[in-house]
Design a protein around this ligand. Structure first.
Ligand code: F3S
Length: 390
C-alpha cells in the first residue's frame, strides 16, 4: 500500500507509540486486502465496549493514553447502565472494570454515548461518505439505508481508523464492490418483526454475498424495520451491505444479478423461535429509537387496562434518546417496565438468569442463546411482546 510522507512518519513512530500502532494495524489490513492507499474518513464507531465481551483485553486501550481520535467517534453499548446499575444484577467488581473501560475510550476523545444506533445520536453519515464502523447492525444500516461506505470493521481496526482519521481503500469503499450478487424476491407482505425474521433467514442464505431484495409492491418498511432487518442480517450472515429495489439509496443504478432466490412466508415463519411462555420481555436490540419508545408507550396504554406488567420487561435505548423522550419514558416506566441505557440484554451480565426471552429482535434470536446463559428466544411482533406482558 502506498503511504504519504506523513503516513510514513506516523508508521516510523514520529508521532508517538499509539499512532504508530494504529498505523501498523491499518497498513497490515490494507496489505492483506491489496488496498492502494488510505482514504480520509468522516467518522468511526467502535465496538468492544462491554467488559463482559472485551474482558481484560481493554488494558491495550489504556496503553494508547495520550492519543486522540481525529474524527467523530462513538462507542457501542457497555455492560451496565451507568446510572441505575445498582438496581440490576451486576457486581460492583464488574462495574469498576466497566468504568475503567469507558474512561480509557473517553480519554482518547471518543463520545461515550454507548449505543449501537450512533446514527440517531449525532453520528449520522451522509450518502457516499467514507466511514470506519464496527458493530454489524450499524454497519449494515450505514451502508444499506444511509448509503455511506464502510467495511465491517472489528474493534481494533475501527479504533485504529479513528486515531488516524483514515482507512484503507478496499471492499465496500469501492463502487464496484457494492454491486448485488444475487436477487432475493420476498413473496409475502411484511411488517414489524417480519423484518427481523427476514434478516435472520437472509443472513444465513446469503453469507457474504450482497443481496438485492425485491419486496412485494406495497411494502414500505419504516426506518426501524430496516434497522431490525440490518441487525438480523448482521447476526446470521457476514455481508455488510444489502439493497432493496426502489428504496435504498443505491438500488436504482444497480444491475440485477441472474441468480434469484424466492422467499415464501413459510421460510420466515420457521424462525419464530421457541414456543415457551417467556419469563422476560426485552425490546431494544438494536437500541430503540424515539419512534419505538412512543409506540411501546401507546401499546402499553392500550393493553394494560389499568394493570402493571406481570413479567419483567426491559426496554433498551440510547441515553440521548431517553433524555429526549423523558415524558414518554416516564409513562412506560409507570407500567412497571424498566428503560435501560448504555447497555443491552446481550452484552450485560445482568440478564443471564432467564429461561425464555420474548423479543421482536432477530439479532437477539442469534445471540441470547449463546451469550445469556442458554435462554431460549421467542420472536414476536412488538404488539405481541407488550400483550404477553399482561
Ligand atoms: Fe445493540 Fe446489543 Fe443488539 S449492542 S444490536 S442491542 S446485541
Amino acid at each position: 500500500m502506498q503511504l504519504t510522507k506523513e503516513e510514513e512518519r506516523i508508521l516510523e513512530g514520529e508521532e508517538g507509540w499509539a499512532r504508530q500502532k494504529a498505523m501498523e494495524i491499518l497498513v497490515a489490513i490494507g496489505d492483506i486486502h491489496h488496498a492502494s492507499h488510505l482514504i480520509p474518513i468522516q467518522s468511526a464507531h467502535i465496538s468492544g465496549a462491554s467488559y463482559k465481551t472485551i474482558g481484560d483485553a481493554f488494558e491495550f486501550i489504556k496503553c494508547l493514553a495520550g492519543a486522540r481520535v481525529r474524527v467523530k467517534s462513538t462507542l457501542n453499548p457497555t455492560g451496565v447502565d451507568r446510572r441505575i446499575w445498582q438496581s440490576l444484577n451486576v457486581s460492583e467488581a464488574f462495574v469498576a472494570k466497566q468504568r475503567e473501560v469507558v474512561r480509557a475510550y473517553q480519554s482518547l476523545g471518543i463520545d461515550v454515548e454507548c449505543t449501537c444506533i450512533p446514527y440517531h445520536v449525532g453520528n449520522r453519515p451522509q450518502k457516499g461518505e467514507h466511514i470506519a464502523w464496527a458493530e454489524s447492525s450499524a454497519v449494515l444500516y450505514a451502508n444499506s439505508v444511509l448509503g455511506a461506505r464502510t467495511n465491517m470493521e472489528g474493534a481494533p481496526s475501527a479504533l485504529a481508523a479513528a486515531l488516524i482519521g483514515k482507512t484503507p481503500l478496499y471492499g465496500l469503499h469501492l463502487t464496484e464492490n457494492r454491486e448485488p450478487e444475487l436477487r432475493v424476491c420476498v413473496q409475502c407482505a411484511l411488517r414489524d418483526a417480519d423484518y427481523s425474521a427476514l434478516g435472520f433467514v437472509l443472513g444465513e442464505l446469503v453469507g457474504n454475498r450482497i443481496p438485492v431484495i425485491e419486496l412485494p409492491p406495497a411494502s414500505q418498511p419504516t426506518a426501524d424495520e430496516l434497522k431490525h432487518l440490518s441487525a438480523a442480517i448482521g447476526a446470521t450472515g457476514s455481508v455488510g451491505l444489502y439493497h432493496i429495489v426502489g428504496l435504498t439509496p443505491e438500488s436504482a443504478v444497480l444491475a440485477r444479478p441472474a441468480e434469484k432466490l424466492e422467499l415464501e412466508k413459510d421460510a420466515l415463519d420457521s424462525v419464530r423461535g421457541a414456543s415457551c411462555q417467556g419469563d422476560v420481555i426485552a425490546i431494544g436490540c438494536p437500541h430503540c429509537s424515539a419512534t419505538e419508545l412512543q409506540r411501546i408507550s401507546e401499546l402499553l396504554r392500550a393493553e394494560s387496562k389499568g394493570r402493571r406488567v406481570q413479567k419483567e420487561f426491559f426496554v433498551f435505548t440510547a441515553r440521548a434518546v431517553k433524555e429526549h423522550m423523558q415524558e414518554v419514558v416516564r409513562k412506560i416506566e409507570a407500567y412497571g417496565v424498566t428503560v435501560i441505557c448504555d447497555t443491552c440484554f446481550v452484552v450485560s451480565p445482568a440478564f443471564e438468569h432467564y429461561r425464555c426471552v420474548i423479543t421482536n429482535s432477530g439479532k437477539m434470536m442469534r445471540y441470547v442463546p449463546l451469550l445469556c446463559g442458554g435462554a431460549a428466544v421467542k420472536l414476536c411482533t412488538t404488539e405481541q411482546c407488550v400483550q404477553q406482558a399482561f
